[in-house]
Design a protein around this ligand. Sequence first.
Ligand code: FE2
Ligand code: FE2
Length: 161
Amino acid sequence: MISKRLNEAINDQIKAEFESASLYLSMAVWCAKNVFYGAENFMIKQAQEEEEHAMKFVKFLLEVDADVVIPELGKPRADFSSLLDVFESGLEHEKLVTSRINDLVKLSDEDGDYATNDFLEWYVAEQVEEEKTFRDIVKKLSMVKGSPAGILRIDDQLSNR
Ligand SMILES: [Fe+2]
Ligand SMILES: [Fe+2]
């Protein structure tokens, strides 16, 4: 049995995952408007992944017969100053999500809830990957120091995701 506080915390996380999806969709729109079509493709796939993260939590809660709250979402940020700003914001967002996942793991530890603890392990590993993905792109974009040719080459690579 999952505790009430852990159930609530996971519902908060479902909201956070859907809000991640909406933030990345907002970034995809900004990228498209600024003709960064590779980054648009990257962010659309990223948004789809975040929706999957949310759905995985929903399915888990249903599996353990816990309560599921369909969240009301806040409006995502829509204004960015550059492609570097987009990916730096993405990296900061992922770090925030990592700390949220860590908090869930801590709660499940305190509860001695090994089923939830085991389920959360997937998210712990996923966050390592998510942060690395964003950090690598931030590093590359920082390397070209605003050179249009450099930025467009990186954007091109992002269409392969
Ligand atoms: Fe996520
Ligand atoms: Fe993520």
